[in-house]
Write a protein that binds this ligand. Structure first.
Ligand SMILES: Nc1ncnc2c1ncn2[C@@H]1O[C@H](COP(=O)(O)OP(=O)(O)OP(=O)(O)O)[C@@H](O)[C@H]1O
Ligand SMILES: [Mg+2]
Length: 325
């Protein structure tokens, strides 16, 4: 059974120019212990989709207009605020791109960590302090005992990220959502942070990893979802996506990965830009950047179809009756 299943999730924002739909009819699942990647270019709705899972969309201007998010038999979109707060942190933890958005600037690390524990686990203050300290050590913070007394701004970006990871993992949640957890960091620290997440992630903890980077997904994930302009365009096991990508957008993303064979100066972007959500076209959202678009693509939005073994793609080229190579 899935740990989390998302059905037909749609999220809109009211802006000056009108209403934009940032997430459109998105459905997916995550199994217990699974690592799932969510990729797509900037502005495709990855963060909004992730935030909506635990109702963290700023409202107004945001609004979850439809959908269900089942964690076991509870629909998180319909849970009472108290029950939802208990889910956040103890059952689902988030790691953000900007650690300072998750850490309070006003409180010392030790205090923040023990308060987080106190809320979710049955421990005395002293036990909570020791437990938090043990996690700071586990994530590789030097002089952890002293760091418990530091304020977040006294730590480097990499160390702040480690603190956030410790806070996310120490409550042994069933699911960790990591939204671009390393984009603010240098390449070496990035690699260390990913190693850390991999090592620390226990077998029964699932991971939803949001990134622009297909290479990271290959390293970290078992399955991947590709989002383009508010909709899921493809999802499959990782080997499948790399060996048999179906959607032209996914193919473009894969061709953009720099590899040793492609050389140091390789830079190949998909031509064109993600359209603004205020100007999504009537048919397939990718049509203007797609070399294969034909008439049906201009008029109708393709839904996801099964291309075999659970590999889903939202492209008319993959629909039965068409030859697609
Ligand atoms: N608070 C908001 N008000 C209005 N529009 C918003 C708001 N938050 C997000 N959006 C819009 O929703 C769309 C999806 O944004 P989202 O942040 O989910 O993209 P993303 O895929 O996470 O991109 P990135 O890779 O840059 O993080 C964008 O067009 C964005 O402008
Ligand atoms: Mg984002």
């Amino acid at each position: 059974m899935s740990l989390l299943s998302v059905n037909n999730l749609s999220v809109e924002f009211a802006v000056d120019e009108g209403t934009l739909r940032a997430v459109d009819d998105v459905s997916f699942y995550i199994s217990r212990g699974e690592s799932l990647g969510l990729v797509g270019e900037s502005g495709c709705g990855k963060s909004v989709a992730a935030l909506a899972l635990t109702r963290l969309i700023p409202s107004p201007p945001g609004r979850i207009v439809s959908g269900q998010v089942f964690l076991g038999d509870r629909d998180l979109l319909r849970l009472k605020p108290d029950a939802l707060r208990a889910v956040r942190g103890s059952e689902i933890s988030m790691i953000f791109q900007e650690p300072l958005s998750a850490l309070s600037p006003l409180h010392r690390i030790g205090k923040q960590m023990t308060e987080g524990i106190g809320f979710h686990k049955d421990m005395s203050r002293k036990e909570a302090w020791q437990y938090a300290l043990s996690w700071l050590k586990r994530v590789g913070i030097p002089d952890a005992g002293q760091r418990m007394y530091s304020y977040p701004f006294q730590l480097s970006g990499g160390m702040q990220q480690r603190v956030m990871i410790a806070m996310a993992l120490m409550l042994s949640p069933g699911l960790i959502i990591a939204d671009e957890p390393t984009t603010a960091l240098d390449v070496t620290t990035q690699a260390q942070i990913f190693n850390l997440i991999r090592e620390m992630k226990q077998n029964e903890t699932a991971l939803l990893l949001i990134t622009h980077d297909m290479g990271v997904v290959w390293e970290m994930c078992e399955r991947v979802i590709v989002m383009y302009a508010s909709r899921i365009v493809e999802s499959a096991k990782i080997e499948e996506i790399f060996s048999r990508p179906v959607h032209p957008y996914t193919r473009g993303l894969l061709e953009a990965i720099p590899t040793p064979a492609r050389g140091r100066n390789y830079l190949k972007d998909i031509p064109g830009q993600v359209p603004s959500p205020l100007r999504y076209p009537q048919g397939c959202h990718f049509q203007d950047r797609c070399g294969y678009a034909f008439e049906r693509c201009r008029n109708e939005k393709p839904g996801l179809v099964d291309c075999g073994d659970g590999h889903l793609a939202a492209c008319f080229l993959a629909y039965p009756g068409r030859e697609y190579k």
